[in-house]
Write a protein that binds this ligand. Structure first.
Ligand code: MN
Length: 260
């Protein structure tokens, strides 16, 4: 019965986090028509019912369809950035960083991760791409962390192996809140493009540090710089989509510690 209910009205607005509601169970009680409002960030509502004097969690009673989205921004003397991210989107993006190739990569990330993404970045491109790329990574990490909320109920791990013509890349992610980046290129690879793998590494390093994730990028082989970086962004999108997805069987933290 509860599993079919998408929304529930609460007597007061929820800020964020986990809320447990105990409902007096009666045969005549109907849940349709309840509407939840004031959800600005992800909240998990767990519905219990009272039967036989005890309050019990209903199987499938977690209502997970609350919005998992966030907007983050940052303004310094080097860059001004605003990013909105919806984890449960459809891959729609509007990206403007002033760096064509970077826009192309972030668009791929959104499309293959099925994230809705808006990126508005103005950076000191007269210097070079570095500040803009790194700061977009920081702000995207911030938005990701916010959108994930308490990280309860998520898959936590994700991986994707993605080819791009002659390149094959594997990305593995753990949304552990333990920032770590492993970044491995084919041996002997020499970075060589206006937007090269060293710059891509700066982006991922920033994303990892603010997003609170462990990210392993392994390029097995391939030589074209554009292809290598593209495979990284595509695979990262897919792996992050998997790791951030809600597993309906999981009601708490995806860790035996009890919290991430
Ligand atoms: Mn391309």
């Amino acid at each position: 019965m509860i599993g079919a209910v998408g929304h529930i009205r609460l007597s007061r607005p929820i800020v964020t986090g986990e809320v447990e509601i105990c409902i007096q169970h009666s045969p005549s009680l109907t849940f349709s028509g309840f509407v939840c409002t004031n959800f600005k960030r992800f909240c998990r509502v767990i519905v219990y019912f009272r039967g036989g004097g005890r309050c019990r969690r209903l199987p499938g009673g977690s209502l997970n369809d609350m919005e998992r989205a966030a907007t983050a921004q940052r303004a310094t003397k080097e860059t001004e950035i605003r990013i909105s991210l919806n984890l449960d989107g459809t891959g729609i993006s509007e990206v403007s960083t002033g760096v064509g190739f970077f826009d192309h990569m972030l668009t791929l990330f959104s499309a293959h991760g099925l994230f809705d993404l808006t990126v508005d970045a103005q950076g000191d491109l007269e210097v070079d791409f570095h500040h803009t790329v790194e700061d977009v990574g920081l702000v995207l990490g911030e938005a990701l962390d916010q959108a994930l909320g308490d990280r309860n109920g998520i898959q936590r791990y994700g991986h994707a192996v993605v080819p791009m013509d002659e390149v094959l890349t594997a990305v593995t992610v753990d949304l552990s809140r333990r920032p770590f980046l492993a970044f491995s290129l084919p041996s002997g690879h020499v970075p060589g493009a206006a937007f090269d793998t060293l710059l891509a590494k700066e982006f991922f390093r920033a994303l990892v540090s603010r997003g609170g994730l462990n990210l392993h990028l392994n390029v097995f082989y391939g030589e074209n710089e554009h292809h290598i970086i593209e495979s990284m962004f595509k695979a990262s999108g897919r792996a992050l989509d998997q790791a951030s997805a809600i597993d309906p069987r999981r009601t708490g933290a995806p860790s035996t510690k009890g919290a991430l």
